[in-house]
Design a protein around this ligand. Structure first.
Ligand code: NAP
Ligand code: MG
Length: 490
């Protein structure tokens, strides 16, 4: 049983069990602060120790199962997850507020990721290289790294853990997973699907708990050979420092301050639609969300008018309501941060065009902030520099592609960027000069496909890439094997 009286347990060595600490963390519904969705374990280091030890022990079994068979476990998990899509999406919407349509889409994305990596068990795991010794066979063979620690955020509580777990498992690693505290129940539901798919006990382990205890403990643990982290820059840097100390591999996906450029030749309707979607979808709580719009001065007024009109049509509310476009911010802390940035924007002299105020009436019970758009924003303002992670967009004027790219690149982040133009030369200039890992031409800054590498430049990532074939780099290590035929005496 994964739950005992609405208390969700840890999953270690194939069994659901409570933490030795005897304490739990309450998970609230951000659309209604009075509703406790459930409780997850506030685990201690002994719980973590047990999980890492069993993952280490089980590695010997799991890595010796053929990758084709390992793929079958992933296929089975995908089928189970697909059957339970509504149930898992429901809990995720309750835990972090994202609208049900989006959480369901996320489960189905998880299913697609699992199927992609399940097939990976039948693909190439090495290469044949020419040898300078004509009779030798010189080959490489990909092998698992070992015990992998997974630390994930609350904003994609389904897709992010799965895009880390699926490649880790197919390449023969075992896992200890520490989800964000806000979404520990969704994590338990996902792990239940892995369990029901028949994974051997000890391959997949879930330890809920505070980041400062379990996340830190996982990063510090000498038996964890690789750690995959998605979250904030401050925590990511700590994880990296801990991993380095004991020689573990690490990969970090962190923040963004994603720009769009709208040139004077762009289709303004299309550009405005995707700018608004990019900024406001999922309440702006996507690392790839659009945050800064650099608009050619000759079309600025017209573009602004369309953007404001589109933003005014967005309906904010409970994620279970059919006609709602986006839900609340995920937590009180998240709302306070976003409201703090809005106040800072006003203080520093930006002009508020819409939004900004907290929502009244039925929505007062949740952490709702409406679509908020500023203009007269300068590059040195806080709202132009720091990641807000909320439904807030800054409009700025530019008068050339060169100026736009220079301003877009004037940030420590480098995750995603987009340009709206019908001019192929401008598009190529953008592709060449923009400093981001994800580059969009006439598309939204958000959005990624599971078969394509995902990740950022500069402070947005550790320069590693997740998903697609790129994941193989992180979740495997390599043996270079030389086979020398012994000369026959005959
Ligand atoms: P966070 O505070 O950094 O938390 C991320 C994860 O790290 C959570 O599981 C958290 O646990 C854990 N953690 C906290 N302190 C830790 C420590 N000392 N050592 C190890 N782990 C620790 O980030 P968040 O607030 O959950 O998520 C929002 C951030 O994630 C944003 O900055 C966003 O840009 C970024 N993000 C990036 C991507 C990307 O792919 N680039 C995707 C999504 C989100 P607790 O929940 O228990 O604190
Ligand atoms: Mg956090």
């Amino acid at each position: 049983m994964l739950t005992n009286n609405n208390e969700y347990l840890n999953f270690v060595n194939g069994k659901w069990q409570p933490s030795r600490s005897g304490s739990t963390i309450e998970v609230f519904n951000p659309a209604n602060r009075d509703e406790v969705v459930g409780r997850v374990q506030a685990s201690n280091l002994e719980d973590l120790e047990e999980a890492v030890a069993i993952a280490k022990e089980t590695l010997q079994i799991w890595k010796n199962i053929s990758s084709v068979d390992r793929g079958n476990f992933l296929h089975k998990t995908a089928d189970i997850l697909e059957e339970r899509a509504d149930e898992i999406a429901e809990i995720a919407t309750k835990e972090m507020g994202k609208i049900f349509r989006d959480t369901k889409g996320e489960v189905l994305r998880g299913v697609a990721i699992l199927r992609y990596y399940a097939q990976e068990g039948m693909r190439q795991m090495g290469e044949v290289l020419p040898s300078s010794h004509k009779s030798n066979l010189l080959i490489t063979k990909r092998v698992p790294v070992g015990v992998v620690g997974i630390i994930s955020p609350w904003n994609f509580p389904i897709a992010i853990p799965i895009w880390k777990m699926a490649p880790a498992l197919i390449y023969g690693n075992t896992i200890v997973f520490k989800p964000a505290s806000e979404t520990g129940i969704t994590a338990a539901k996902i792990i239940q699907a892995f369990h029901d798919a028949g994974f051997p006990a000890g391959v997949v382990n879930l330890v809920n708990g505070r980041g400062s205890v379990i996340g830190q403990g996982l990063s510090d643990h000498p038996d964890v050979q690789a750690i995959s982290f998605t979250g904030s820059n401050s925590v990511g840097n700590q994880v990296a420092a801990s991993a380095l100390k004991h020689g573990a591999k690490f990969q970090l996906e962190m923040g963004g301050k994603n720009p769009v450029i709208i040139m004077d030749d762009a289709d303004l309707e299309h550009a405005a639609e995707l700018t608004v979607q990019g900024a406001m979808k999922q309440t702006g709580q996507r690392c790839t969300a659009t945050s800064r719009a650099y608009i050619h001065e000759s079309i600025y007024d017209e573009f602004k008018k369309i953007v404001l009109q589109k933003a005014s049509l967005l309906k904010v509310g409970n994620g279970f309501d059919q006609n709602v476009d986006f839900g609340p911010l995920a937590s009180k802390q998240q709302m306070n941060t976003v409201v703090g940035y809005i106040e800072k924007g006003l203080e520093e002299g930006a002009t508020l065009l819409c939004g900004g105020e907290s929502l009244k009436g039925d929505l007062e019970k949740g952490y709702f902030v409406p679509p908020t758009i500023f203009e007269n924003v300068t590059q040195d303002m806080t709202i132009a520099k720091e990641e807000i992670f909320g439904p807030v967009l800054a409009l700025m004027k530019i008068n050339s592609i060169e100026e736009a790219i220079e301003m877009a690149n004037d940030t420590k982040y480098g995750l995603s960027a987009s340009i709206f133009t019908n001019d192929i030369t401008r598009a190529f200039t953008f592709i060449n000069d923009i400093e981001t890992g994800l580059v969009q031409i006439n598309g939204e800054t958000g959005g990624a496909e599971p078969q394509a590498p995902f990740g950022g430049m500069k402070d947005s990532s550790s320069q590693s890439r997740e998903q697609g074939q790129a994941a193989k780099e992180f979740y495997t290590t390599m043996k270079t094997i030389t086979i020398t035929p012994v000369p026959s005496n005959g």
